[in-house]
Design a protein around this ligand. Sequence first.
Ligand code: ADP
Ligand code: MG
Length: 341
Amino acid sequence: MAIQILPPQLANQIAAGEVVERPASVVKELVENCLDAGATKIDIEVEKGGSKALIVRDNGKGIAKSELELALARHATSKVASLADLESILSFGFRGEALASISSVSRLTLSSRQQDASEAWQAYAEGRDMAVKVQPTAHPVGTTVEVVDLFFNTPARRRFLRADKTEFTHIEEQLKRIALAKEEIHFSLRHNDKLVRQYRPARNDRQRQQRLASICGSAFADRAFMLRSSNDDLALTGFLALDDDKARVSEVQYFYVNGRVVRDKLVNHAVRQALEEAGVAQAAGFVLYLTVDPHEVDVNVHPAKHEVRFHQARYVHDFILTALQQGLSQRTSLLNDEPAL
Ligand code: ADP
Ligand code: MG
């Protein structure tokens, strides 16, 4: 075969292979877009584990009619315009790939209305075979993305979907991770018309405890103590809880870097070392939030953005270690300032 440029739909489907693994990855991308749009309320509806339909509604700033079609195009983003932007990224999105990818493997409807717009508009794309259609619709300020028949035109992918229940469990897990990062946002999740999760905004420590309990379980929330540590460059806050005879809470392990959940060996190592040095025999669960100058961390390592690279890995590791050691030695439970033990 001679060298040829791939047709756009095929290029998008290949890109979708990286970003859109299963319904839960669609939920992740769509919800992150809501957050980037400044939404405070995000409602998710799922039908049949997401393989039939996935609907995500937000009350964010919306998309202008003139940009609806562009929003579905590949490499179209309102979040990065230069390499400098990319090096100091704070938004979740920056690749401009999610909507293009998802719309290339589903029937996607994007409905939106901006604050000052007199009308709402809707764009529809079906596997991106046909041109995007834009028409008026009824919609409050904000955006709704409806993804129907995911992978209908990529049978190999569709075959990889698991039972509805399994796919839905992945969606719930995805939502947990995001809800833990954004305590001020109201989330709801429905499956087959039934309300399954509802996370209310937390504005004080009591509400924080309730939200932590509804997301991570009350066993974790009841045992959790708070950490708060910072220096000129870094800050670490969050919760740590230890396993005991009555409950195993060490399965709860979430680590965030600038609001983005990551898996990082460095973090697990610091946690293990802190426990060891403190002479704690049990394993620990944690929900930790690291804040770092975005210039000091590279998030553009993997399309799904689960990995990060710290420019000063050793320094970050040692900071986390010290913060955990302090936390362990001063253990204060969430609801009162008295030592938990
Ligand atoms: P990225 O998030 O990387 O920019 P996406 O394909 O996810 O790429 O989205 C493309 C663009 O569409 C975004 O940059 C944004 O301008 C717009 N957009 C997508 N979802 C929403 C939403 N829920 N509210 C407002 N704008 C949105
Ligand atoms: Mg996005």
